[in-house]
Design a protein around this ligand. Sequence first.
Ligand SMILES: NC(=O)c1ccc[n+]([C@@H]2O[C@H](COP(=O)([O-])OP(=O)(O)OC[C@H]3O[C@@H](n4cnc5c(N)ncnc54)[C@H](O)[C@@H]3O)[C@@H](O)[C@H]2O)c1
Length: 439
Amino acid sequence: MKIAIVGTGYVGLVSGACFAEMGADVTCVDIDRAKIEKLKQGIIPIYEPGLKSIVQRNYEAERLHFTTDLSSVLHEMKIVFIAVGTPSDKNGNADLSFVMTVSETIADHITRPLLIVTKSTVPVGTSHRIRDLVRRRLDERGLREMTFDVASNPEFLKEGAAIKDFLSPERVVVGVESECAKELMTKLYRPFLLNNFRVIFMDILSAEMTKYASNAMLATRISFMNDIANLCERVGADVNMVRRGMGSDSRIGRSFLYPGCGYGGSCFPKDIRALISVAEDVGYEMKLLKAVEEVNNLQKNILFEKLANVFGEKLNRLTVAVWGLSFKPETDDVRDAPSLTLIRSLLDAGVSIRAYDPAAIEEARRVLGDAVYYANDIYDAACGADAVIVPTEWKEFRLPNWEVLKKIMQRHVVIDGRNIYNGAELSSLGFEYHGIGQK
Ligand SMILES: NC(=O)c1ccc[n+]([C@@H]2O[C@H](COP(=O)([O-])OP(=O)(O)OC[C@H]3O[C@@H](n4cnc5c(N)ncnc54)[C@H](O)[C@@H]3O)[C@@H](O)[C@H]2O)c1
């Protein structure tokens, strides 16, 4: 089956490589020439565990192709996925300009029946907008008889575990409005779910909504736990215990109950804003989600506040080590990362920053420039520092050599934004420890 994936970012490249891995003939399309050229040379533009080998293997086997020109390959395709970005616009709406540009190219070059699938996260109704645009253009081109289908197939992969998530998904959500689209999508996803077919078919509007509702639920759990954590600190309870006690109730479950320094990344913040904005457009107020966003915005300042509580007003003489820049471990994505909120506050306060991340230094440098010293490892970052702050819980941060750190740090404050350390143990080693939601 020949398919094109338009947009070769985190979602498009992973989807393309994984479809090719199952034997499909996939062309990944992107307007970024440099990215496509690099991919043809085997250079992977993002850090995602396992991605490089799967891309290289399928490229060499000629099941995975790269191009910047969708119009020249469209006539060969049975399915085209749209996987371009849908960032927030200045009002918090999803900016659909990339999605609509791709749709126009499809509308202008489609020459035979095609299934157009929206994989980008888009507001409810977008796939129908695409359908109407393509129909109008086909009519204008005198191709009134030509049929095509649209479908919605929102993506649920997690950066850092994207290959695993895509190759063995917990479920696949597909919105369709024709038997033909349903058959094609069934054929495409069957290899991923041979033993237990977990494709949930539904109408297109519900599929589009499912993606936003899922992200909204996850973000709500995070903000809820951050609110509980902040209260725990004030009443002397330990949120780590509270989380365990709550999570063992099967109605609640254990996942996504970890307090921290706020959610970031390329999805939750913009998707929450977009859902609030979609609701406003139809005269409904998402009161709960507004609070979720507000709690998160406050939580992103919490590491800086903890530092200020320890050192008082005179922060401008401090040197601080920041361990972790990506919005979560196992990715180089720094979009809306809590580390950036922290670093901007530190810079405003005149603090010298020594930052380290196993994968995201280049991405961070693109955003922060040279205002920060980028260290070679956690010890280089901590050298001469008054405090270590951990916004991202990379595994390699979990078991540092505290004796070495004791020697190389100027003062011995540890602010743990992800509760990965044992406060009592650190105190016994002579560190001043501050976690989230603990006494
Ligand atoms: N990143 C995630 O973890 C994730 C997970 C689920 C869903 N999503 C959704 O998937 C979509 C894509 O996200 P992403 O993180 O992969 O974005 P990304 O920014 O990593 O990649 C988007 C790509 O689209 C390309 N592009 C833009 N306009 C184009 C055009 N006209 N033709 C061809 N290519 C074009 C860009 O050059 C870029 O390479 C978004 O809607 C996002 O919300 C993302």
